[in-house]
Design a protein around this ligand. Structure first.
Ligand code: OSB
Ligand code: MG
Length: 369
């Protein structure tokens, strides 16, 4: 494929329900999509950077700028055989992994169409069905949270993850366990604690959680390893793992026993597969994280989740939990058993609703040679 042009689009889409983590509340997503144009084909990718640099240092306006000034121009006019050639081309730019990932994934998306194979097969996937959990944000009241959990369990989701922070944690988990003693349950702190909270976090062992996700600093493995020694519950790292090299260091240190893979956070499909393979070598299961994606990123998460070591339910859930209408057709749907079926369609397997995309677009720029 020869990359003739790259389109950057920002879509503004309200969430069906606000999403609150330890770092803040989101009501409306600013979705950043990139399209690579090649020989009449369009490969699409989603940059999962947030509206603000609170989950990580990346944020949509920064990602847009670096894509426009640096990353896009490197790819324009290049002829590629495979999406996996993109990381090396973009390597001169340090970090900006979510921005790079969007472009790389768009190239894989185009490659799958060009080769007329399903994207999940091109990625090396094996599963025909992926298992789903949900991530439930901090709510206005405990009762509201319990109500939401009840709804998601009734919908069939196989694992419930709740967001926690100091003041919204043990008491909440106590109430959840009182109602549902044996569901797969985990919590995600998004770095809201420090080692001074070790004793408090040790108390979480009584809730028999599947994992505690990223309790400590977003850039740390070492102190997570120290904490892991004191807990029965497995730690899972999200924010701290940027690459396969990070995954190897974290697993050697025993900083976690489960790894969350977000394709944007590690810089694209190639590195996501590499992280998956490192964890597999260590006998550590992975699951696919979510970043409140639109249908483009969501369909890519579904494809990635078909790799064999995605053994735990991911945060990949139905489109309708996020959006009144998703920008893909069909929308991502979850069965009453809490699974998403993967088909044999070429490419991502979900068509784009171009009219709806046009309607939701608030900013658009096309880069040409
Ligand atoms: O830490 O997993 C996280 C959303 C935004 C930023 C960080 C995280 C999340 C989620 C939501 O937990 C996952 C989803 O449903 O997309
Ligand atoms: Mg997380």
């Amino acid at each position: 494929m020869r990359i003739e042009a790259i389109t950057l689009r920002e879509l503004k889409i309200p969430l069906v329900h606000f999403f609150e983590t330890s770092f803040g509340r989101t009501y409306t997503r600013r979705i950043f999509l990139v399209t690579v144009h090649s020989d009449g084909l369009e490969g699409w990718g989603e940059c999962v950077a947030g509206e603000d640099p609170f989950y990580s240092e990346e944020y949509i306006d920064g990602a847009w700028d670096v894509t426009k000034r640096y990353l896009g121009p490197v790819l324009l006019g290049k002829t590629l055989q495979m999406g996996s050639e993109v990381p090396e081309l973009l390597a001169r730019v340090r970090e900006h992994r979510m921005a790079k990932g969007a472009l790389e994934n768009a190239a894989w998306d185009a490659e799958a169409q060009e080769k007329a194979v399903p994207l999940w097969k091109l990625l090396g996937g094996e599963r025909r069905e992926i298992v789903c959990g949900v991530s439930i944000g901090i709510q206005d009241s405990h009762d509201k949270l319990l109500e939401k959990i009840e709804t998601e369990l009734a919908a069939g989701y196989q694992r419930i993850k709740i967001k926690v922070k100091p003041g919204w944690d043990a008491e909440v988990l106590e109430k959840v366990r009182a109602l549902w003693p044996s569901i797969l349950l985990s919590c995600d702190a998004n770095s809201a604690y420090t080692l001074a909270d070790s004793e408090h976090l040790r108390g979480f062992d009584r809730f028999k959680l599947l994992m505690i996700e990223q309790p400590l600093w977003s850039d740390d493995f070492y102190f997570h390893a120290r904490l892991q020694k004191q807990l029965q519950t497995s730690l899972c790292l999200d924010e701290a793992i940027h690459s396969a090299r990070h995954a190897e260091a974290a697993l050697e240190l025993d900083a976690c026993r489960i790894v969350n893979i977000k394709v944007g956070r590690v810089g694209g499909f190639s590195e996501a597969i590499a992280v998956h393979n490192v964890a597999q070598r260590f006998g550590v299961p992975v699951w696919c994280g979510g970043m409140l994606e639109s249908g483009v990123g969501r369909s890519h998460n579904v494809a990635l989740s078909t790799l064999s070591n995605f053994k735990l339910p991911g945060d990949v859930s139905a489109s309708k939990r996020y959006w009144k209408e998703d920008i893909i057709e069909p929308e991502v749907e979850v069965s009453p058993q809490g699974t998403i079926a993967v088909g044999n369609e070429t490419g991502r397997g979900y068509a784009l609703r171009t009219d709806l995309i046009r309607q939701l677009t608030v900013r658009k720029e096309t880069l040409r040679m």
